[in-house]
Write a new protein. Structure first.
Length: 63
């Protein structure tokens, strides 16, 4: 995991990933990881604890 990353995003309540979702970089299962709301674009993200890759929770933007 990238040690220089600090969570500047606000935590999205007590939200965690409930289903199986694999990291696109290392295939780690992100189930149970905390969800953050990215401040600039308002996207919900989860960060892989193994490699530090961010993953968007929403597949498509809400209109």
């Amino acid at each position: 995991m990238s040690e220089d990353w600090t969570p500047t995003q606000e935590r999205a309540g007590d939200s965690v990933v409930l289903g199986d979702r694999l990291c696109v970089a290392c295939a780690y299962n992100l189930r149970g990881q905390p969800v953050y709301r990215e401040s600039e674009y308002g996207l919900y993200l989860v960060r892989c604890p193994e490699c530090g890759t961010p993953a968007a929770i929403q597949e498509y933007p809400m209109l």
